[in-house]
Design a protein around this ligand. Structure first.
Ligand code: PLP
Length: 397
């Protein structure tokens, strides 16, 4: 018999993944061009050509024993140094090799840092709607996830409710901007106010509260939106980054954590994260991909591709009477379900071969997430189905 905890995980297994599997089945049945799969955040822009070049060059140039070998659990030092310098030049920070730990994507990074920080019963705060895996990652280390309810007018973090939920057990706060699933970018003013609350609470409780910035979508922004670099606003900030979206490499599992020297117990945290990487069984982030990342620090994905999709989907759905805020970043649209039971709406969309994810997966029922990291044609071809849905709910006559 499998472990009790696993029984729960299996039972509540990600609706997103379930939808993705369903999409593959439907594509086999109806033909891929007749299924409009908006379920998964799998980038549809190919990795930059420089990634392929880096891989082939590395295979030619590097000693294969080094390239494919074990290294420090935190990653290759030259790679970590290169990443630190890149961050410093972009954000005016002063990181060095000791501040970077290479990780198995953002997911690996979050698990490493939560393993490093959490004692059983410690509370981790997340703002609804949030990436549903935060709940499992927190539970992996017997932490308790505390949810701040959403401000559905703006989907900016609800700071009053946030302040109310911080206790002497609060160990960490996870923020994600640009946000999955809303596409919202937290403004500098929001960050300043959040930092002030955290500082005040640290003083009041005599505790350390670590702010974890989960930012796989940092570079995916539109209309010139600015994404503040959070380590500059609050001393106990940890950044989790990933190349999954920015270089379209989700299957390669590569990212890093930033553990600034300003953290309370910084050195302990840096060495504990090194050990956590090992004992969680990652051992180290994929070696070849670490080197690829270091060679591609200046590469960018084609944001204009996602922007075109954003305009087409947002414009199309609003015209049909659906209601949602216009995303400033990432590649998701978070749409109000025309009926309270958004799972019923998702089921009805499925009849139109449109696959979308219920907001309950993000602790925000009554909404659905539509991932627009798809081919432009998928959006265009799905519109008649969206229109039939809108008519059936009386959104358009
Ligand atoms: N955090 C957020 C907000 C995400 O949306 C995702 C993936 O979609 C992840 C973390 C995990 O990303 P990675 O592939 O880097 O593990």
């Amino acid at each position: 018999m499998i472990a009790k905890k696993m029984q729960n995980y299996v039972k509540n297994s990600s609706a997103i993944r379930a939808m993705f599997e369903e999409g593959k089945k439907m594509a086999a049945m109806y033909g891929a061009e007749n299924v409009y799969d908006f379920s998964l955040g799998n980038p549809n822009v190919p990795a930059p050509a420089a990634v392929k070049k880096a891989i082939t060059d590395l295979l030619e140039e590097e000693d294969s024993l080094v390239l494919h070998g074990y290294m420090s659990n935190s990653g290759y030092e030259d790679v970590r140094q290169a990443i630190a310098e890149s961050l410093n030049s972009r954000f005016g920070t002063a990181f060095g090799v000791q501040n970077i730990v290479m990780t198995v994507g953002a997911a690996g990074g979050l698990n490493v840092i939560l393993k490093t920080l959490l004692n059983p019963g410690d509370e981790v705060i997340a703002f609804a709607p949030f990436f549903g895996e935060y709940r499992s990652y927190t539970d992996n280390y017997d932490g308790v996830l505390v949810v701040v309810p959403p401000d559905t007018q703006t989907f900016q973090p609800n700071l009053e409710e946030f302040a109310r939920r911080i206790t002497d057990k609060t160990r960490a706060v996870i923020v994600n901007s640009p946000n999955n699933p809303t596409g919202v970018v937290y403004s500098e003013d929001t960050i300043r106010r959040m930092a002030a609350i955290l500082e005040e609470k640290e003083k009041a409780f005599g505790t350390d509260i670590y702010l974890i910035s989960d930012e796989p979508y940092r570079e995916l922004v539109y209309d010139g939106a600015q994404v503040p670099y959070l380590t500059k606003y609050y001393h106990n900030t940890i950044v989790g980054y990933s190349y999954s979206k920015s270089l379209s490499l989700p299957g390669e599992r590569i990212g890093y954590l930033v553990l600034p020297d300003e953290l309370t117990d910084a050195q302990d945290i840096q060495s504990a994260a090194n050990v956590a990487t090992r004992i969680l069984g990652f051992v180290n982030a994929p070696s070849l991909m670490q080197k690829v990342a270091a060679r591609c620090l200046k590469e960018e994905t084609d944001v204009s591709y996602y922007d075109r999709n954003r305009e087409a989907l947002y414009g199309g759905l609003v015209k049909l009477g659906f209601s949602c805020i216009k995303p400033q970043g990432a590649f998701y649209l978070f749409v109000k379900s025309p009926v309270e039971d958004e799972a019923a709406f998702c089921a009805k969309a499925k009849e139109e071969h449109i696959l979308i994810v219920p907001g309950s997966s993000f602790a925000c029922p009554g909404y659905v997430r539509i991932a627009y990291c798809v081919a432009y044609e998928t959006i265009v071809n799905a519109m008649p189905g969206f229109e039939r849905l809108a008519r059936s709910y009386g959104l358009v006559k």
